[in-house]
Design a protein around this ligand. Structure first.
Ligand SMILES: [Zn+2]
Ligand SMILES: [Zn+2]
Length: 303
């Protein structure tokens, strides 16, 4: 029989883990029930976390019980885990030019918002979608309209839930490969839903921005500030990259072990203009313990 420790992967720490002045966490498994992610995140030494609220590559509708949701809230309060970010299912494409696929995506996205509200999550992270079969502008308009339509009647502001548009690696048909495209969507959604941005370091790097050299990173932050506004970036996905700058290849790597390197993360987690944001890794788990090692690597950079 599996013990609690097997299920949660790490033993309960003897004393509370050392936390930093920054919110640092990692995308955490919900195996055994969504509420287990909170206990896992605590044992990994996090003070924020990201989860999927349903199976990330399946359409099946998914209901959370009120017991699971209240247990999640209880553990988050107990361990001071905030914010809670939920990452939308990968299949959802709100820019789809296929009517059937768009309808399915909108239904699934509504479910994502409902579950995020039930879990009292602060953020729901969304990739803006793929516009294959149309042009980029049509894709952006379609995504904005689909978000508006699929959240109809749901009070996100009351639940203190904000939708975060994530920048992407900028592959051929994907929206969000530049800060301008993220900003355009954020601007269109303002007044419809509470909205902000999530910036992924790996996506930014492979989309062509310089995040490696110190001057380059500060210039990239200047661009981000003027196009989106640093205060609008509520979550940073902290991922090193396997691929080269500008390659458009989205392959995440362990912090400090990729083509970005440690210095970029040191600058980001210590920049006072980003102190309000959560820094969440979505790094691979190639061998047991990689999740904890990546959380520790980020925490060690906080001065
Ligand atoms: Zn990401
Ligand atoms: Zn990615």
């Amino acid at each position: 029989m599996a013990t609690e420790q097997d299920i949660l992967q790490y033993p309960a720490p003897k004393k509370p883990p050392r936390l930093t002045s920054r919110r640092i966490g990692i995308h955490t498994s919900t195996a055994g029930g969504v509420q287990n992610a909170a206990e896992r995140a605590y044992r990994l030494g996090c003070n924020t976390l990201q989860i999927f609220s349903s199976s990330p590559r399946r359409w099946a509708p998914y209901e959370l019980s009120s017991v699971q949701c209240s247990e999640m809230s209880r553990l988050r309060t107990k361990y001071d885990l905030k914010p809670l970010a939920i990452h939308t299912n990968y299949l959802v494409n709100l820019a789809s030019s296929s009517e059937i696929f768009l309808k399915q995506s909108m239904q699934a996205f509504r479910g994502e918002v409902e579950r995020a509200l039930a879990l009292c999550a602060e953020y729901l992270v969304l990739h803006p979608g793929s516009f294959r079969g149309a042009d980029r502008e049509q894709g952006l308009l379609r995504t904005a309209a689909a978000i508006a339509a699929s959240t109809g009647g749901l009070d996100l502001a009351k639940g203190k839930l904000t939708i975060l548009i994530e920048n992407t690696a900028g592959s051929e048909f994907s929206l969000g490969g530049s800060f301008e495209q993220v900003a355009e969507l954020v601007d269109r959604l303002r007044g419809i839903v509470p909205v902000g941005a999530c910036i992924d370091t790996c996506h930014t790097h492979v989309a062509g921005y310089d995040v490696v050299t110190e001057d380059g990173l500060y210039d990239t932050l200047r661009q981000l500030d003027s196009v989106i506004g640093l205060n609008q970036v509520k979550v940073w996905h902290c991922n090193d990259a396997k691929a080269a700058r500008g390659s458009k290849l989205d392959r995440h790597q362990h912090i400090g072990k990729g083509t970005i390197g440690k210095q970029a993360f040191r600058i980001l987690v210590n920049d006072p203009r980003l102190a309000h944001a959560a820094f969440i890794a979505e790094t691979p788990i190639d061998k047991p313990g990689d999740d904890k090692r990546n959380v520790d690597a980020l925490k060690r950079l906080v001065m």
